[in-house]
Design a protein around this ligand. Structure first.
Ligand SMILES: *Cc1c(COP(=O)(O)O)cnc(C)c1O
Length: 394
């Protein structure tokens, strides 16, 4: 039976397919489930290795392990926070089947040389586009550079569906393999749909730039207590998987996504304005690569900075209700220990480990006015200094 809401799923998928001019879009309960479905459609499973940056959310390697495959981490480039081709060349194993390119903070990954190298080694490529909406590389939208890309609709991503995940499929042959995988995945039940809807409403009223630090920690508490649907369960962070997590997107998530897509151009322009302001006002902290050197354009989801006193600064920000972010706290954010559960060996991505000690990030989203951005800049100038190691060579 097709209800009005059912069409919101179709409309949202169509809207995204239009935006990316891609072959097809599939909608899931989370970004990690979209990744899982894409890798499964690529035939990746037991005995296979997947290369990915050792500077990511732990749910990414968790999705790889859910398939029985093994995540193999390459280090990132100091200037771009993105995959280093040199490190990929060192880390590749005979069992590698695919490379996951992530556009960290929205900075486009230098995909050209990586894709060439990958195809010489018969590796499939796909993009983690969870930070990058509107960023381009050589004139093409991030998300359309490889066979497929996944996006997250979590609260703090480029736009939100109130949790949710999207798979952009660019290759028709891959699409033929994704469809049967998608067909085996259930839609969420009515109860789940209702809880997600309630969360959307709470979110709308509870979160503004001055409350977000406090609301986020209450949300984490409520979800670990099982009251709210969180972004990751404690079991998941211990490498345990519940097959019930593998779901399609709920209708209310698609409706919210559709609304957000209506404002997508404004959202992107806002992010560019705020990031340009940070860039100018905090130039002594970081020198992000220029658009020319990236051969692309960055739409920052969050604006990263390397500071000398990350944990103190975050504590002060919390007390003063300044929305300063901690991504990534570790190569497998937010895990600070038990990395071996996800096959990460301490010390194996030294650049990433140092970046995670030093990097904070500033908000660019539409809830941040230029006034608030100015207050954040004053706060940083007052309480922090650039990290010693930060490198101005780019
Ligand atoms: C948020 C995020 C994900 C996971 O998205 P979910 O929707 O939470 O599964 C994956 N990769 C990166 C880089 C992210 O920031």
């Amino acid at each position: 039976m097709k209800t009005d809401d059912q069409t919101s799923l179709t409309h949202f998928a169509d809207r995204l397919a239009d935006y990316f001019s891609c072959h097809n879009v599939y909608l899931f309960s989370k970004g990690r489930i979209a990744l899982y479905a894409a890798l499964k459609a690529m035939g990746i499973g037991e005995g296979d290795d997947v290369l990915l940056p050792g500077y990511t959310c732990v749910v990414v390697p968790a999705a790889i392990k859910r398939l029985g495959a093994r995540p193999v981490y390459a280090d990132v480039d100091e200037a771009t926070y993105n995959l280093s081709l040199n490190s990929l060349k060192e880390k590749i194993t005979p069992a590698c089947k695919a490379v996951l390119l992530q556009h960290t903070y929205g900075i486009p990954c230098d995909a050209g040389p990586i894709i060439d190298w990958a195809s010489a080694h018969s590796l499939r490529c796909l993009e983690d586009c969870c930070h990058a909406l509107g960023s381009t590389y050589k004139g093409r939208l991030c998300g359309t550079l490889t066979e497929a890309a996944f996006l997250s609709g979590q609260w703090n991503k480029p736009f939100t569906t109130g949790l949710g995940g999207m798979l952009v499929v660019n290759n028709p042959e891959l699409d033929a393999a994704v469809r049967p995988v998608y067909e085996t995945i259930d839609a969420p039940r009515a109860m789940m749909e209702t809880r997600l809807r309630i969360q959307q409403i709470l979110y709308r009223y509870a979160v503004n730039p001055r409350s977000v630090m406090a609301v986020t920690s209450m949300y984490r508490f409520a979800s670990s207590a099982g009251v709210m649907i969180g972004s990751s369960s404690d079991d998941e962070l211990c490498g345990e998987f519940d097959p019930k997590d593998i779901l399609r997107m709920a209708r209310c998530q698609a409706s919210l996504g559709l609304k957000q897509m209506n404002g997508v151009q404004r959202n992107i322009e806002h992010r560019k304005t705020i990031a340009a302001f940070y860039r100018e006002a905090l130039s002594e902290f970081d020198s992000h690569p220029t658009d020319e050197s990236l051969a692309g354009e960055t739409v920052f989801l969050r604006y990263p900075l390397r500071v000398s006193n990350k944990s103190n600064l975050l504590n002060m920000a919390y007390r003063k209700s300044r929305e300063i972010g901690t991504w990534f706290e570790s190569p497998l954010h937010p895990l600070n220990k038990k990395w071996e559960l996800f096959d990460y060996q301490a010390g194996s991505c030294p650049v990433s480990e140092r970046l995670s000690q030093e990097t904070i990030n500033l908000p660019t989203h539409p809830g941040i006015s230029l006034n608030e951005a100015e207050a954040i800049v004053r706060f940083i100038h007052h309480h922090s200094e650039p990290a010693q190691s930060h490198n101005l060579s780019m």
